[in-house]
Design a protein around this ligand. Structure first.
Ligand SMILES: [Zn+2]
Length: 347
């Protein structure tokens, strides 16, 4: 038992003492065989694992990409074994499409994420962190949110579609003195028992799922009654740059032209990103009975404005001032840079 804990296995500890994680194939309970292998007690399916993090994706997405990501994660895990957190994140952001400048910005964002979330705990995320139940972060990326919850003593688990991200998340959590409780899985098929989670968070991740409708249904399934769901996402019709590829106007094009436009402008793929308008996300939400929800127009955080160039800083301050005017709310829900949804499972 103790040995598993030191290895940081996700299946160890209180979270799985009552079988939180489930076999995606037969819903059986999972057993840790080693840091590289997890086995289902019921159907005996073997799942690969990296550093104890099980890969429960099961070819539900692009099987070729999954295989590639798993291999990359194994290599990455070995390479960053003894590196500093900054180097770990630098390597994670070292992608052909990232310029030097973008890479530096991403690393800064990743390392600053825990304190960013801590500030949000006093704001729109307050309902999610007020109880003492278990939290689930869907699309936990490099773990900033999980570090923040851990630092205030809340239990939380994270899933991400990329094992490589999860290796980075595990480092991030452990460097901050926590224990990683992670699994590689898709938002559309959570390997988690129903009705066990007090709050589900999705920070800039719903725009990357394949099915928004199924994702919302899955979040609903794992939540307890009175549980909270908090989603933040960039706005499709924002007047600012598309935050993933950093060019203007992508969202205003019909969907079928977006990828072609991005390729033409900057020769990059735009495959797994689908920004939604508030109207589009609201329509998806209405297909799931049992949620009450409201949209929030968030302010640009003061700490972020401090890093902006002068003109952008001035515009952001102006935005923060006028987006609090009630009559302008519908406009900012339509064209603001990003928005949030705060939902509660009522039935
Ligand atoms: Zn099974």
């Amino acid at each position: 038992m103790h040995e598993h804990k030191e290895q940081g296995s996700v299946l160890d500890g209180r979270e799985n003492s009552d079988g939180l994680w489930r076999c995606p194939k037969c819903w059986g309970e999972l057993d840790v065989i080693s840091n590289e292998s997890i086995k289902c007690q019921l159907c005996h399916e073997n799942y690969p694992a990296v550093e104890g993090i099980p890969d429960l994706r099961m070819g539900k997405g692009d099987a070729l990409w999954e295989e590639h990501d798993l291999q990359l994660a194994q290599r990455y895990s070995a390479e960053v074994q003894k590196e500093s957190l900054e180097t770990v994140m630098k390597q994670l952001s070292d992608r052909p499409e990232n310029t030097q400048e973008t890479q530096v910005m991403r690393v800064k964002q990743i390392l600053g994420a825990p304190s960013k979330f801590l500030r949000q705990f006093d704001g729109w995320l307050k309902p999610c962190v007020s109880g003492d139940g278990l939290l689930l972060d869907i699309g936990c990326g490099s773990g900033g949110f999980l570090v923040a919850t851990e630092s205030i003593g809340l239990g939380a688990v994270g899933i991400d579609a990329s094992m490589t991200n999860l290796i980075a998340a595990k480092r991030m959590i452990e460097v901050h003195g926590g224990t990683a409780r992670l699994a590689c899985a898709y938002a559309e098929s959570l390997p988690i028992k129903s009705g066990r989670i007090s709050a589900v968070t999705m920070n800039d991740s719903i725009e990357h799922v394949t099915s928004v409708r199924t994702t919302i249904a899955e979040a609903y399934r794992v939540l307890k009654i009175e549980g909270h769901l908090a989603i933040s996402t960039p706005n499709r019709f924002s007047l600012t740059r598309e935050p993933h590829v950093l060019i203007w106007g992508v969202g205003w094009l019909p969907r079928r032209f977006q990828a072609r436009y991005v390729r033409w402008r900057i020769a990059q793929a735009y495959d797994h990103t689908r920004l939604m308008s508030t109207w589009e996300l609201s329509r998806e939400f209405k297909t799931q009975d049992g949620f009450s929800f409201e949209f929030i127009v968030p302010l640009v955080p003061t700490e972020e404005i401090e890093n902006f160039p002068p003109l952008r800083a001035a515009l952001a301050k102006l935005y923060n001032r006028i987006c609090q005017w009630r009559v302008l709310r519908p406009i900012f829900l339509f064209i603001g840079p990003f928005y949030q949804i705060s939902a509660r499972r009522i039935a």
